[in-house]
Write a protein that binds this ligand. Structure first.
Ligand SMILES: *Cc1c(COP(=O)(O)O)cnc(C)c1O
Length: 492
């Protein structure tokens, strides 16, 4: 197996090098690009002594052979060190019995900023490395947070347009304002009448239709900023190592000691990065896969049966309102020993029948690394209130779901709860969670939350209030394809 090449999880597309995989996003056969063999970090002890920027660059470089190290170091410096509001980028704080890894100090206040700070710079490097001079259109479906992070990351990037589709009425008011106020000549934002799964399916359909560069794309190449892009996953593995290093520095663990991670999960990208970190040699114990009422992954991890034919719930943690978790496909590929025939069959069954079941051996392998937890709305509210009353700490509704998973599965190992969004981004739900009245206007809620906690709300959010809304399009699912073609042809 050539370690410098990416395989498609479905096996019908040619293997490509990593810069090409980052440029392409989805493989032409509908599969996801994946390592034939994941790299193992040599000299883990030395790595863990570096600062967080150094650790993230090192881990990203190990996962993306074919990119010069200097490109990756610069991407981390420009995209993270200089854009994040905390010197540690992703600080680790002790809150009661848990450790909370704050991933939300980036410009859009959600964890997507980590990967989408780094990825656009890798994208430019990939163009240079492959000698690709064509125009690019970054096509993205968002459940709320990826969209704004992609718009931030790719805004103004030469040779690239970025187009974000989000489910109409399916994101939080602040998330929607953030996206619709986006500036930059190369950014396009559009609401779709449907839920996130419809939107993601629409985008995947366009990728497959136009992957061979149909003539009417006028030479524009499509790529993705979603976690289907391998360039998204690589930087995310870095903060698992950074969290471990912080625990070592604070004397909370001994070298080699296993640490559990509780991860609020939607598309399975964040938690898969944790599993990749484990494969790379980080002493990870259990990965607690935490879901809201959309508990398709909870059932899957418990039974081996993935069944998307179920009611879809709109929750207070909208970034996890997902029934088809794309990145699970990569886990199935790796756990089956790269059995692309098996994966292609399962994905076909999912598309056709809405359900598949994995062989017992894979079920057992999944149970070794993952624990599943479900947290419904009232439980998330109990958690937000409890953590606020006991520890004077605000959890956003997504992080509350992860905290609940931690509480229900606390074992011997220290546990890190991944905090994926700033509480201010979901201020109305958080106010309700901690037992204060929520106002009509989301900005009043942000202010009230600031008053309650005695902290200044993040500037980026309050500034939104005075920004004009530049994007007003709302379309049906079947209008997505012509919408994209218009952008590609320069009409939009
Ligand atoms: C995207 C997102 C998640 C889910 O992450 P996945 O990688 O899709 O599993 C959880 N919380 C927040 C705040 C998010 O933005």
């Amino acid at each position: 197996m050539n370690n410098r090449l990416c395989q498609s999880t479905r096996g019908f597309a040619e293997a490509v090098n990593f810069p090409e995989a980052v440029l392409t996003g989805l493989a032409p056969d509908g599969g996801l690009y994946a390592h034939g063999e994941l790299p193992v970090i040599k000299g883990l002890e030395g790595l863990l002594q570096q600062d967080n920027a150094g650790i993230m660059a090192e881990v990203t470089a190990a996962l993306l052979p074919g990119f010069p190290k200097t490109d990756i170091i610069n991407a981390v410096k420009d995209g993270l060190t200089e854009r994040f509001g905390h010197p540690d980028i992703t600080p680790l704080v002790k809150i009661g019995p848990a450790w909370v890894l704050e991933l939300f100090h980036g410009p859009t206040l959600a964890f997507k900023d980590v990967a989408l700070g780094v990825m656009p710079r890798l994208f430019l490097a990939a163009k240079r490395i492959t000698g690709d001079a064509s125009g690019s259109l970054i096509l993205t479906a968002t459940s709320g947070d990826t969209g704004k992070a992609a718009l931030e990351g790719f805004s103004g990037l030469p040779g690239c347009d970025v187009c974000v589709f989000y489910p109409h009425g399916g994101v939080s008011p602040i998330q929607e304002l953030q996206m619709r106020a986006s500036t930059g000549d190369n950014v396009h934002v559009c609401a779709v009448r449907g839920n996130f799964d419809d939107t993601q399916r629409g985008v995947k359909h366009i990728f497959i239709e136009y992957s061979e560069g149909k003539p009417d794309m006028k030479g524009t190449k499509l790529s993705s900023a979603n976690s289907i892009n391998i360039g998204r996953l690589a930087p995310q593995a870095g903060y698992y190592f950074a969290a471990y290093a912080a625990l070592l520095r604070q004397g909370a663990i001994k070298p080699g000691q296993a640490v559990d991670f509780a991860v609020p999960t939607g598309n399975f990208g964040n938690i898969l990065a944790g599993w990749i970190a484990k494969r790379m040699g980080l002493p990870v114990g259990r990965l607690i896969c935490a879901s809201n009422e959309n508990d398709v992954l909870t059932e899957f991890i418990h039974t081996g049966r993935y069944d998307r034919r179920r009611k879809f719930f709109k929750t207070d943690s909208p970034s996890m309102d997902i029934l088809v978790s794309s990145n699970l496909e990569r886990l199935l590929y790796w756990l089956s020993g790269n059995d692309s025939g098996l994966v292609a069959g399962l994905m076909e069954a999912l598309a056709k029948d809405g359900v598949y079941e994995v062989p017992q051996g894979m079920r057992d392998a999944i149970a070794l690394d993952f624990t599943a937890a479900r947290c419904a709305g009232p439980e998330a509210i109990r958690v937000m209130r409890h953590v606020w009353m006991e520890y004077n700490y605000l959890l956003d509704p997504h992080t509350a779901v992860a905290w609940s998973g931690f509480e229900g599965n606390a074992g011997e190992n220290p546990c890190v709860v991944l905090a994926t969004a700033s509480p201010y981004k979901f201020a109305p739900a958080v106010l309700h969670g901690i037992g204060l009245p929520a106002m009509e206007d989301p900005f009043d809620c942000v202010r009230a939350l600031g008053d309650a906690s005695g902290a200044e709300p993040p500037k980026g959010i309050m500034d939104l209030r005075n920004k004009g809304l530049r994007h007003n399009d709302v379309i049906d699912i079947d209008e997505m394809e012509p919408y994209v073609l218009n952008i590609a042809r320069g009409k939009k």
